[in-house]
Structure formats: structure tokens, C-alpha cells
Design a protein around this ligand. Structure first.
Ligand SMILES: [Zn+2]
Length: 128
């Protein structure tokens, strides 16, 4: 159930106070949710006896799920930290503001749509 409209200003560089508060509360919710997911996946990964093939396959899926949840949580925490530093909503790669529509879909993202597509193509997001 989404109540927000999509006609938010997408060109403004300074995040609006109310929008920031909205993103902040979304990030908060998301980090609570992800924390819960991670705890429950970890519980499932503690088998007390040898696994059969089915259980092994399931545990691979659980591991993958856990990895994704941990990555997502790290991104959420980074975004919260950025709000604290007043750097929220700026692309890591090109330093341009990320569109509000994109942030509404995924408030934890740190690169704009253009850069994340580029990164996926040339693998630059994997460089450390
Ligand atoms: Zn960018």
C-alpha cells in the first residue's frame, strides 16, 4: 500500500526536510526488517545434524538470502549515516543528486540509475 504520489520535484539538489524525514523513517523500518530477516536466516543455518541433499540445497539458498540481506542492511546503515552527514541522495560515482523517484523506490541506494547500470556492465562496482 503506497500513498505517496510520484510528482515530487526530481531536479532539486537540496533534500527537502519532510522528504528526508520520510526517507529516514523508511530506512529505519527497513533496517529493523532486515535485522529480523538476518536473525531468522542465521537460525536456520545452524543445523544440529548432517544435512541431506534437500536440506543442503535449502541451506545454499538460505546463505544466499542471508548474504543479500546483510548487503542490504549495510547499504541502509550507510544511507542513515549519510543523512547524518548531510550527504544523503548524492550519487557516489558522479556526485549528482539521485532522483527522488529512485530514492522512493530504494531509499538506501548510493548510486544513481545511470551509474548503477554502467557499473553492472563494466564490473567497476566490484573494484575495491
Ligand atoms: Zn551517478
Amino acid at each position: 500500500m503506497t500513498s505517496e504520489s510520484n510528482d515530487l520535484p526530481s531536479g532539486s539538489t537540496k533534500p527537502d526536510f519532510i522528504l528526508l524525514a520520510l526517507f529516514q523513517s523508511r530506512l529505519r523500518e527497513r533496517s529493523l526488517y532486515l535485522g529480523e530477516v538476518i536473525r531468522s536466516q542465521r537460525r536456520r543455518l545452524r543445523p544440529s545434524e548432517p544435512l541431506d541433499d534437500v536440506a543442503l540445497g535449502e541451506s545454499d539458498a538460505t546463505l544466499e538470502h542471508l548474504r543479500l540481506a546483510e548487503e542490504a542492511l549495510a547499504a541502509v546503515q550507510q544511507a542513515e549515516e549519510r543523512i547524518g552527514r548531510g550527504r544523503y541522495g548524492l550519487c557516489d560515482d558522479c556526485h549528482e543528486p539521485i532522483g527522488w523517484d529512485e530514492l522512493l523506490q530504494a531509499p538506501e541506494q548510493t548510486v544513481c540509475r545511470g551509474c548503477s547500470q554502467f557499473g553492472e556492465l563494466d564490473g567497476s562496482r566490484l573494484r575495491s
